[in-house]
Design a protein around this ligand. Structure first.
Ligand SMILES: [Zn+2]
Length: 168
C-alpha cells in the first residue's frame, strides 16, 4: 500500500479491526519512510458480472432487475418474497461460480431462471418464459406447456387456478 504522503510502498500495519457487521476491515498503518499514519479499508468486492444480450450488447448484471422479473412471474402465486430472494441469490451465486470470465449470456440467465421456476411454480414458469422468449403466438404457449412434467399439470387444484386479481 502506497503512502499517500511520500508515495513509499514500505508501511507496516499497527492495528486491524473489523467494522460493524464485519463487512469491512480497517487497518491502521505507519509509513516506514516518513512516519505518516493512515488507514486502509478492506472490503469484499463482488465480481462485476456483465450480461451479453442476444443483440451482442453488454450490460452490467442487475440483481434488482432479475428479482423484479421473477417477482412479476410469481405475482398472485403462492411464492413468498423469501423464496424469490433465495432464488435470486442461488442464480447469482451460480453465475459467479460457474462462469470462467466475467461475461454471461442473457440466454444462460434466462435458462437458469426458467429451470428454477419450473420446479417452484409451473404457472410462474410459463409466465416468465413467455416474456423472456417474447412469445407472440398461442402455439408458443402450447409448446412450452407440453414441456411441463405431467405431475405438475395433473394437479388442477393448485396449478390451474386463475389469479385472484387480474393481471391486466
Ligand atoms: Zn510516507
Amino acid at each position: 500500500m502506497r503512502c499517500p504522503y511520500c508515495n513509499s510502498t514500505d508501511s507496516r500495519v499497527t492495528d486491524s479491526r473489523p467494522d460493524t457487521e464485519d463487512a469491512i476491515i480497517r487497518r491502521r498503518r505507519v509509513c516506514n519512510q516518513c512516519g505518516a499514519k493512515f488507514t486502509t479499508v478492506e472490503r469484499v468486492q463482488m465480481r462485476d458480472l456483465m450480461v451479453r444480450k442476444n443483440s451482442g450488447k453488454l450490460e452490467p448484471f442487475d440483481r434488482e432487475k432479475l428479482r423484479r422479473s421473477i417477482k412479476l412471474a410469481c405475482r398472485n402465486r403462492d411464492v413468498g418474497d423469501e423464496q424469490i430472494e433465495k432464488l435470486v441469490t442461488s442464480i447469482h451465486r451460480r453465475l459467479e461460480t460457474e462462469t470462467a470470465d466475467d461475461t454471461v449470456s442473457s440466454a444462460l440467465v434466462g435458462q437458469m431462471v426458467s429451470d428454477s421456476l419450473l420446479n417452484l411454480d409451473p404457472i410462474a414458469f410459463v409466465r416468465f418464459v413467455s416474456v423472456y422468449r417474447k412469445f407472440s403466438h398461442i402455439s408458443d404457449f402450447k409448446k412450452i406447456i407440453a414441456q411441463i412434467p405431467e405431475s405438475d399439470t395433473d394437479d388442477n387444484s393448485t396449478t390451474c387456478q386463475l389469479p385472484k386479481t387480474s393481471l391486466f
